[in-house]
Design a protein around this ligand. Structure first.
Ligand code: N01
Length: 542
């Protein structure tokens, strides 16, 4: 058996590592750094041609973070926090990708990554206590620990509309955007999907094309991001406060450095509420949700007040009353579907070259050679179609790979009736298989949720090493307890109502997927406490 060291950059078929990591985005790079620190021989297999993960694939115009730059990053290196210079409140995809490239170079991680390599299958060999990993090209690797860093939103979902292959124009997936930006000059473009992605790309397509037709199934609650550049003074202030910022992140329910407001909407008059919402709107993005009232996601009246405020804003921005009404979300609570951040989104519908088509009751029936046809036979002639229809969140990437644990049981079979994990980091019957933000992991500012999982996995590996354990497997009982805790946590919020609007948080966006929570909504702060408690003794593992 060949054993590779952490420094070996040329893996050969049959190579055995201590740890194999799948994916080189935020999660995979962070994990590789951690493994290197622990002197564990590790290698990473990445499907793309470069690092970045989400920020490698989603390079559509307008792609940028919805969380603020200064905490949409790693906390593990003080030096990195001090030296990196974010330019905007919500940095564009190119900048986040550059940040991740910088991280990979600074910590010399690229030599431990094989690019252009998609993992097809991973099987646990119970006799050898090793994971056997096979790539699409047939190369085989072995490892004691298998760590998924495949991301929560990486398995692209495209509705199976008939006729795609007959379309005479170009069809672009936002999540597989070409390296060379397409030229939409003089072209009639159709956009399917008005989630966070569709909302970001809409103003750009409108600006670049002859005409843009947006096909909307469910209107979203879009709060303006209020983006701006970051001054030197602002950045210096942030850099001087990082320890405090990361502590705030740890205490926050969605891993953001915000304090609870101490305000409940019911304690305020409608006029006072509107003033507070107005201030939230001015601050923008997630601050509208988290810095107005503490009960927006749990109290129906508080939520209705926020929802109505947003609807009134839409009507005040969009000049055509019919279009404004179509853009107004109704019938599900604000925040029960992950809310997008806008950059001139509603204003775009005031442009002469933009039209909105309501497909809520008159669905797309097929793609025709020159455009899109709806169920009632109406046809829209288009030169290009942009598809922004989302992802099979949390579980998709994992079940896309044929991962088999003890007795050859596959993850896909095990999770048919909904995902079952402990904290989203481990699943019973799959020894030494760890997931970074696997299903039923916490939900919030993604780099922070990722780091919480990396820290926990590092602790588990140290625990095994210090006790010379061959394997760790979570008990079914502990897993069952976490599945219940996850359900109870979400049931105490308004988030399950997002199912009425096809929310991916409950798996309702994928036809045939079991509608059940894919993440823990009981608060990142509570989640990290649970991780720490488990990590002290590992009582749930044998
Ligand atoms: O995907 P989505 P997304 N016919 O699932 C529509 C993260 N993200 O890629 O709402 C017609 O939200 C679907 O309609 P409906 C973020 O966490 C982050 O936009 O189901 N339409 C919806 O409009 C986000 O939540 C950032 O009725 C169909 C859209 O496609 C997550 O990624 C930026 C359809 C899918 O919306 C996913 O966002 C972007 C059909 N058959 C994304 N099927 C940043 O932080 C689906 N749709 C920067």
């Amino acid at each position: 058996m060949t054993r590779n060291t952490a420094a070996d950059s040329s893996p050969k078929a049959g190579t055995t590592y201590e740890a194999l990591v799948i994916g080189a985005g935020f999660a995979g790079l962070g994990m590789l750094w951690q493994l290197k620190e622990m002197n564990i021989s590790a290698h990473c297999l990445e499907a793309g041609t470069d690092v970045g993960g989400t920020w490698y694939w989603n390079r559509y115009p307008g792609a940028r973070t919805d969380s603020e730059a200064w905490y949409y990053c790693y906390s593990f290196s003080k030096e990195l926090n001090q030296e990196w210079k974010w330019t905007e409140r919500y940095p564009p995809q190119t900048e986040v990708k550059s940040y991740l490239t910088h991280v990979a170079n600074k910590f010399d991680l690229k030599r431990s990554i094989t690019f252009n390599t998609r993992v097809k299958k991973a099987t646990y060999d119970e006799a050898q206590k090793l994971w056997i990993v096979v790539t699409e090209s047939g190369a085989q690797y072995k490892a004691k620990y298998l760590i998924s860093a495949m991301g929560i939103l990486s398995s692209v979902f495209v509705p199976p509309f008939p006729g795609f292959k007959d379309f005479k124009g170009n069809c672009y997936l936002t999540a597989r955007w070409p390296q060379q930006d397409p030229d939409f000059t003089g072209r009639r473009v159709g956009l399917i999907g008005t989630g966070a992605t569709g909302v970001q790309i809409t103003p750009h397509l409108a600006e670049k094309s002859k005409s843009l037709t947006v096909f909307q199934r469910t209107p979203n609650y879009v709060v303006p991001a209020q983006n701006h550049s970051l001054s030197e003074a602002f950045l210096n202030n942030i850099k001087s406060r990082y320890p405090e910022i990361w502590q705030q992140v740890d205490r926050h329910a969605f891993a953001m450095p915000f304090e609870v407001t101490g305000r409940l909407a019911s304690q305020y008059t409608p006029q006072q509420r509107n003033e507070i919402f107005e201030e939230g709107w001015r601050r923008g993005g997630f601050r509208f949700l988290f810095e107005t009232f503490d009960d927006v996601l749990v109290d129906k009246d508080a939520n209705q007040a926020a929802s109505e405020f947003i609807r009134n804003k839409i009507k005040s921005i969009v000049k055509d009353p019919k279009t404004a009404e179509l853009l107004c979300p109704r019938g599900y609570p604000y925040g029960s579907k992950r809310p997008p951040a806008g950059h001139g989104y509603y204003e775009t519908f005031n442009r002469d070259n933009v039209s909105l088509v309501d497909i809520s009751k008159n669905a797309i029936s097929r793609i025709v050679p020159d455009g899109i046809e709806l169920q009632d036979g109406t046809r829209y002639q288009l030169d290009d179609i942009v598809v922004a229809t989302g992802f099979d969140a949390f579980t998709g990437a994992l079940v896309d790979v044929d991962i088999r644990g003890k007795a050859g049981v596959s993850l896909a079979d095990k999770w048919k009736e909904g995902p079952r994990t402990l904290f989203g980091v481990a699943t019973s019957g799959f020894p030494n298989f760890f997931m970074i933000t696997g299903p039923l992991s916490t939900f919030g500012n993604v780099p922070s949720t990722i780091e919480s999982n990396i820290r926990w996995i590092a602790g588990a590996l140290s625990h095994m090493k210090s006790r010379s354990l061959d394997s760790m497997d979570v008990s079914e009982q502990a897993e069952e307890g976490w599945v219940k805790a996850t359900q109870e946590a979400i049931d105490s919020t308004l988030i399950p109502d997002g199912a009425r609007a096809n929310s991916w948080i409950v798996g309702a966006n994928i036809p045939g997927k079991k509608v059940t929570p894919v993440a823990f909504l009981g608060g990142y702060n509570n989640y990290v406490d649970r991780l720490r408690a488990e990590g002290a003794q590992y009582p749930s593992f044998s």
